[in-house]
Design a protein around this ligand. Structure first.
Ligand code: C5P
Length: 226
């Protein structure tokens, strides 16, 4: 690893969407590009951190110097994250599907002749990776960072999310229509920790990643402050 303030530390970063299978050829997904999570993985590596990136399907190339693990579903993401522990740092930037089809058909679903109704796809809840790894225990990373993509009451919802998930920091952003955050290059975020809220100006996702990585390095340099 490159020398730097995070030398000797290990971080696990999740990124991208998940794909939840309906049948062998179809899936449910979302519009996450993975840009923010991949940028965070690269920024941590640039500070000397050993980084394991667990990513769903994206159009991005694997960041240089980062151990990248490709998965498709939320359950695969959870298994890969747990296999990557122990870690000092976890950053959950993936847009994990909240639900998956309750039944994954073994064969491609076929249109029925004679105008039969289309299939009903029943959904069940996926594991929450951020909440799972935030739970107290011997393998809990010392610093767990989650993301909150909100379309309204961004700060209130993000503070509630931090408490509900049990993570240490939440990076909150406004993804309401017109902000261009999903798939775009820019992001305006608020960093919420136990002490309060830091609102950062709009900047590129790369700059958000660099600033977050520096903030993480500062946290480990002076663990009694933030
Ligand atoms: O609950 P919500 O999806 O808004 O929470 C977002 C945060 O939780 C993100 O950090 C996301 O990566 C994480 N998350 C997760 N597993 C899920 C759902 C969300 O890790 N199943």
């Amino acid at each position: 690893d490159a020398p730097g303030p995070l030398s000797g530390r290990h971080a696990v970063v999740t990124s991208g969407p998940t794909h939840e299978p309906i049948d062998p050829v179809r899936y449910i997904a979302n519009r996450s590009s993975g840009k923010q999570g991949h940028a965070i993985a690269a920024a941590l590596a640039a500070l000397g951190c050993q980084v394991t990136l667990v990513t769903g399907p994206t159009r991005l190339t694997d960041p240089a110097g980062v151990d990248t693990i490709h998965i498709e579903s939320a359950r695969e993401m959870l298994a890969a994250v747990e296999a990557a522990l122990p870690a000092d740092i976890a950053v959950c930037a993936a847009a994990v599907a909240d639900w998956r089809p309750a039944i994954e058909a073994g064969q491609k679903l076929k249109k029925q002749p004679g105008g039969a109704l289309p299939p009903d796809i029943r959904l069940i809840e996926n594991p929450d990776i951020l909440r799972t790894i935030s739970a107290p225990g011997p393998s809990r990373p010392a610093l767990v960072v989650g993301f909150a993509a909100e379309t309204e009451q961004v700060l209130d919802h993000a503070r509630a999310k931090r408490a509900r998930k049990g993570c240490d920091w939440i990076v909150a952003n406004d993804v309401s229509t017109g902000t261009g955050t999903f798939g775009g290059d820019d992001n305006a975020v608020h960093l919420i920790d136990a002490d309060g809220t830091d609102s950062w100006p709009a900047m590129t996702k790369q700059a958000v990643a660099d600033r977050l990585a520096r903030r993480i390095a500062d946290h480990f340099a002076a663990p009694t402050t933030k």
